[in-house]
Design a protein around this ligand. Structure first.
Ligand code: CA
Length: 210
């Protein structure tokens, strides 16, 4: 069960939910994941990807562009999701003098039937968490139909974008988790109020002047 607390992420925010397994192959970039599962290319040969230090040790993928007008593409395939599934895509990103920005696009049959993309900021930043939710509608697909899904990163401008811990999970509301969360919040609030209104102990030990 995961609790999401960012209102920027739309209608699912503040709702307890159950999340399925991570569907992104090699999204942690550990071992040979980068070369085994990820592909990249560009139009002008000024875009390259290499292993870099990860967010919590281990490895990440550093996307480096030395061009000013090209568009580097970095992508992963091999995922299948059921039509109608609510998906939560999340990742950690770090920028170093990235003069443009990055557009994360869902492609393949799962992305048809609705706009499915989000942006990452450019500039310079330490590791930053991004999360995006969407419904894999497909195009005229009956609910539950297996649909192929790809995640593409389009990187614009000179600079470096480092990515780690890329995940895509099917999610569903978790009513039991929501109830427990609400109860825990109520208890915490009650304790706070109780502590704030409690009378001072009568025999508090204060040192008296001699
Ligand atoms: Ca990693």
């Amino acid at each position: 069960m995961v609790l999401s607390g960012c209102a920027a992420f739309g209608a699912f925010a503040q709702v307890a939910e159950k999340a399925g397994p991570n569907l992104v192959p090699g999204g942690d970039f550990e071992g040979d994941a980068l070369s085994k599962h990820w592909k990249w290319n560009d139009n002008k040969g000024t875009f390259a990807v290499q292993a870099a230090p990860g967010r919590n040790g281990g490895q990440a993928a550093a996307l480096k562009s030395t061009g000013t007008s090209d568009r580097g593409k970095f992508y992963v395939t091999g995922m299948t999701v059921p039509a109608g599934a609510a998906l939560r895509v999340s990742l950690w990103a770090k920028c170093e003098n990235l003069q443009g920005g990055t557009w994360v696009n869902y492609e393949g049959p799962a992305s048809e039937g609705g706009s499915a993309k989000f942006d990452l900021a450019g500039g310079s930043s330490d590791w930053t968490y991004y999360e995006h939710r969407w419904i894999a509608k497909g195009k005229n697909a009956a609910p539950g139909t297996p649909l192929k899904l790809e995640i593409w990163f389009y990187v614009y401008g000179r600079g470096t974008l480092t990515l780690d811990e890329i995940e895509c999970r099917a999610i569903e509301p978790d009513a039991e988790g929501a109830a427990k969360h609400a109860a825990a919040q109520a208890l915490a609030f009650a304790k706070t109020v109780s502590a704030a209104t409690a009378p001072r102990p009568r025999n508090s030990r204060r040192s008296r002047p001699p």
